[in-house]
Ligand binder design. Structure first.
Ligand SMILES: Cc1cc2nc3c(=O)[nH]c(=O)nc-3n(C[C@H](O)[C@H](O)[C@H](O)COP(=O)(O)OP(=O)(O)OC[C@H]3O[C@@H](n4cnc5c(N)ncnc54)[C@H](O)[C@@H]3O)c2cc1C
Length: 393
């Protein structure tokens, strides 16, 4: 039986970061992962450039049944701490938009940085490990794989969520929580494209590829970003963001005129070009293929601008600002970036991430019921929760 101080399950962002901190404290630390390499999600994140944090990250950017839980970790290991580490390794990065920081070159830079930090601190990593059983006896955890039995004082679960099953995602962390009598809150796919109802699909799939700035609203939450029409439904950052707040059966209200003053434009054009057709005028503020679709759907009647009156302009603006889509569902874990829900934060100490009922058992990263917005917030949660657990495990 191999003896360790700390075993971390999951060589993703949270697990590696926790292991580095634990090993720096002199803890004999092993990371187990079922994959062939470390940091697989990091490598494919942010289109291969890893949106590793967000300069505006704050507790307000996270969803959780207990919205206060993430405050402690986020304030003790902040985005500025992670940025300092990235700078220390000379990794070039840039802000793409809305505070989102991406590597200039490749997400590999972040994984190599984590590998070097592991090497420096003396973290051991064992890959392609299938854990078949975990048990607890006399203050020690036994972690069994077909090859070996290992024992440790602290067991840290950083096995992530259910998204991208082909990339090694498993329900391991949730099942282990249940094995130890911990509550797991309902899981669902987050940061995920939404799919059409059959009737909408027939209409809108023809304009797949069309993208425009909108504000997307569901359950009184609103995101101003781009929206993309796809063959299957709606995607783009505005939709991924709102998908976290959308529940089956809900309608989405889309403002197709985000930031545009169509009333002023039409009133001005009426003076300058009274014979111009309304659809031509609308194509100044909306993609032409969308305007044609809206005409086909009889959202407006095509007529010369001079035929419009203030009331009809007001009606048109209102319908474009409150366009209702009723999605059928989501694309699910196949394309979701994250899993909402997870190990109930009531079971954990926000200071250490240790479970209250089971000494020496920790949960960090995405497996916990803390989910960030799109934009680097999920990695920041992984770094912060991993870092704090690493100080205690
Ligand atoms: C396509 C995509 C792009 C993304 N882009 C970004 C982005 O740019 N910025 C951002 O902030 N977030 C992004 N995310 C979300 C982010 O990747 C996750 O929130 C983050 O990786 C969670 O870190 P984690 O360490 O908790 O889990 P993970 O990174 O998922 O790591 C969990 C590890 O545990 C291993 N594992 C699972 N089950 C077992 C088991 N039974 N035994 C052993 N090992 C196991 C897995 O193989 C994996 O290596 C993206 C997600 C996806 C899917």
């Amino acid at each position: 039986m191999q003896q360790w101080d700390v075993i971390v399950v999951g060589a993703g962002a949270a697990g590696l970061f926790c292991a580095i901190e634990a090993a720096k404290r002199g803890r004999k630390t092993l990371v187990l992962d079922n994959g062939k390499r470390i940091g697989r999600k990091i490598l494919m994140s942010g289109g291969g450039r890893c949106n590793f944090t967000n300069i505006y990250a704050s507790p307000a950017n996270y969803l959780s049944q207990n919205r206060h839980f993430c405050k402690s970790a986020l304030s003790r290991y902040t985005q500025w701490d992670f940025i300092a580490l990235v700078q220390q390794y000379g990794i070039a990065y840039h802000e793409k938009t809305l505070g989102q920081l991406f590597c200039d070159d490749s997400a590999k830079d972040i994984v190599e940085m984590l590998q070097q930090e592991c090497d420096k601190a003396g973290v051991q990593i064992a890959l392609q490990q299938e854990i078949t059983a975990v048990s607890y006896q006399d203050g020690q955890y036994q972690v069994v794989t077909p090859q070996l039995s290992r024992q440790c004082q602290s067991l840290v679960i950083a096995s992530g969520g259910l998204s991208l099953p082909n990339l090694g995602a498993t329900a391991f962390g949730y099942q282990l929580a249940e094995q130890f009598g911990l509550k797991v809150l309902p899981l669902r796919a987050g940061l995920v494209p939404l799919t059409w109802q059959p009737a909408d699909k027939a209409v809108f799939e023809e304009i797949s590829g069309v993208s425009l700035p909108v504000t997307a609203e569901a359950n009184e939450v609103l995101f101003p970003e781009d929206m993309l029409f796809t063959h299957r439904g709606l995607s783009g950052p505005a939709i991924l963001q709102i998908s976290n707040y959308w529940q089956p059966g809900d309608a989405l209200t889309i403002n197709l005129l985000a930031g545009q003053d169509l009333t002023a434009l039409l009133t001005e054009l009426q003076q300058q070009h009274p014979a111009q057709e309304l659809k031509t005028a609308l194509a100044r503020v909306l993609p032409k293929r969308l305007v044609e679709k809206l005409l086909e759907l009889k959202l407006f009647q095509n007529q010369p601008l001079k035929a419009l009156n203030p009331k009809s302009i007001e009606r048109l603006v209102d319908s474009l600002q409150h366009y209702i889509f009723k999605p059928n569902g989501t694309e699910g874990y196949r394309t979701a970036e994250v899993t909402l829900g997870g190990v109930d934060t009531d079971e954990l100490s926000s200071k250490t991430m240790e479970t209250k009922k089971q000494p020496g058992l920790y949960f960090i990263g995405e497996v916990v019921d803390v989910t960030g917005w799109l934009g680097g917030y999920n990695f920041q949660w992984a770094w912060s929760s991993g870092w704090v657990a690493g100080q205690y495990c």
